[in-house]
Design a protein around this ligand. Structure first.
Ligand SMILES: NC(=O)c1ccc[n+]([C@@H]2O[C@H](COP(=O)([O-])OP(=O)(O)OC[C@H]3O[C@@H](n4cnc5c(N)ncnc54)[C@H](OP(=O)(O)O)[C@@H]3O)[C@@H](O)[C@H]2O)c1
Length: 194
């Protein structure tokens, strides 16, 4: 039986490319992002293994409803990829825009927390896997970078979460670094495909 992967930020970039790679390995994919038109175009490309689940990661209820919908269609969720994120139009703290920081923190920090919170009940049922998109910017200090600080959260939380998830048995967590994620993701999906 093929496995089911729920992806946030699936309408473009890393999320869409991951959906293509996963479908090529036989996975069913639930595509979550705000741009419904882009998700539908990706479903048209990927076929019946993909489903568009439009929503916003800053809304926990959107995520809970989308995961319940996806689990209902597939019989359960084996992996969740918390990937949605945004950068900033102006770098640094002195020049940066506090309103843009707030929007970014809602997506890059709270969006990850809401995704993991919504995913837990599903992953526990399947001894499932959780992946987070981190960044090289979350592993080193970059002058005044508020975006980088949001990714330090992802890496720090990922480490804490992997400790929490040990108690569930065979759950695991991978905090990805963009610089190596393509090689890693390919191996990951090959390894997990039944
Ligand atoms: N590209 C890089 O060099 C790089 C490097 C390191 C880390 N990253 C990280 O990689 C992840 C993916 O980025 P990308 O490079 O693939 O950029 P991207 O093409 O801009 O993708 C971002 C995705 O996040 C979604 N998104 C943004 N806000 C959202 C919200 N409120 N609710 C739901 N979905 C939302 C976007 O979809 P909608 O707009 O349709 O909602 C889009 O699908 C991000 O976490 C980013 O920080 C990227």
């Amino acid at each position: 039986m093929s496995k089911a992967l729920f992806i946030t930020g699936a309408s473009s970039g890393i999320g869409a490319a991951t959906a293509r790679a996963a479908v090529a390995q036989g996975w069913h994919v639930g595509l979550f992002a705000r741009s419904e038109g882009k998700l539908k175009a990706l479903v048209d490309e990927l076929g019946e293994q993909a489903v568009a689940l439009p929503g916003d990661v800053t809304d926990l209820k959107n995520l809970e409803a989308a995961m319940a919908d996806f689990a209902g269609r597939t019989g359960g969720i084996d992996a969740v990829f918390a990937n949605a994120g945004m950068g900033l139009s102006v770098a640094g703290t002195d020049a940066g825009d506090p309103e843009e920081w707030e929007r970014m923190i809602r997506v890059n920090v709270l969006g990850v927390l809401w995704t993991v919170k919504a995913a837990m009940p599903h992953l526990k049922q399947r001894a499932g896997h959780l992946l987070l998109t981190g960044s090289a910017a979350g592993r080193r200090h970059i002058e005044g970078s508020v975006y980088g600080a949001s990714k330090w959260f992802v890496h720090g939380y990922g480490g804490n979460l992997s400790e929490e998830m040990k108690s569930f048995g065979s759950l695991s967590l991978n905090a990805l670094n963009f610089a190596r994620d393509w090689r890693y993701l390919r191996r990951y999906f090959v390894k997990l495909t039944i």
